[in-house]
Design a protein around this ligand. Sequence first.
Ligand SMILES: [Zn+2]
Length: 370
Amino acid sequence: MKTPAQKQCLEELCRLYAPPGQEDEVAAYCRPRLEKACDKVWQDEIGNLIGFIKGTSSNDKDSVRIFAHMDEIALIIKRIEDDGTIRVDPLGGMYPNLIGVGPVDILGRHEHVSGILSVGSVHVSEHSSAAYHIQPSMGNQAMTWLHTHVFTGLSRQELYAKGIRAGTRLVIPREHRTLTEVGEYWSGYFMDNRAGIASLLNLIDKLKSQGKRPYPDLYVVLTVEEEIGAHGAKYAARTIPATLTLGLEVGPAEEEYSVDFSASPILVYRDEEAVYDRRVADYFLDIAREISMYVQTATFSTYKSDVSHAKSAGRSPFSGLICLPTKNTHSYEIIHRDVIENTSLLLKAFLLDEHSSFLPRYCPSCDQIK
Ligand SMILES: [Zn+2]
């Protein structure tokens, strides 16, 4: 069942700017929420925001870190031409045909400036505009960032004065970051990964309000720069001690994966970067059965996560990924309104289980896994 609190949290999170490497707004929003529910909260050197909750197990090998990334796909300035026209590159998997012509917010060091992502006019011949070449009847080229530019009405010198230059990030403006309710679904930009973060915040709120501690030590890790190579997660996986790494992410609800577009979380067994730990995913299947929750399983192509990056870098001995079924990934995304709650409940059941069959048991005398 959806709750107004979850919708409000998701809506507030989606409105925040967090291009890769500039996740401060999301971190500032989440920090007090973590402080309310965790024993200790800190931000590491790379910018990951971390909350620690001491578990009830006396074995310090019983430890879990859960990753959810704060950053969003965005654009970065490649160059500013003499007349002030801005040329951009994507930061992460952002595609011009999915974002479309329209306003962007340019995050200058000294000032934010509105710009219009543009392709020129369609009423032209091959002599002039990029828009000519991307019309289906005129050559049918796929639209790329090379066809686009950003118009600001300002000169290069005026842009420089506002701290706008190569390297400046461009994002979808706040006024376009509202949630649209469609039947039982919520839609908007950046469910990836604000829906994952909302699940994690919902989870720690539940533990706190119910006066419960997890069985393993729990590190809630809100990571940076997932969309451009999971740099935050790789750093956290090296510096935060935990036996098991879990991730919360959006997952494509597509027929090719037999994934229903529903409120049932997805247990991922494999993606493009790594094979997740089968024992972990199997264990979550058992947990779901115990709490009578229907969950789905999948293996994803053209998909990577914080966790699979951490695993392929050799920094996670046990790994699992839970996804929220999502349509239109990396554009105007849609999720079921109940999936945030379900994902939190599944994780809560796992964290409170004192008989987990997969958490490795170390023999204290020989330090071997039993
Ligand atoms: Zn993501």
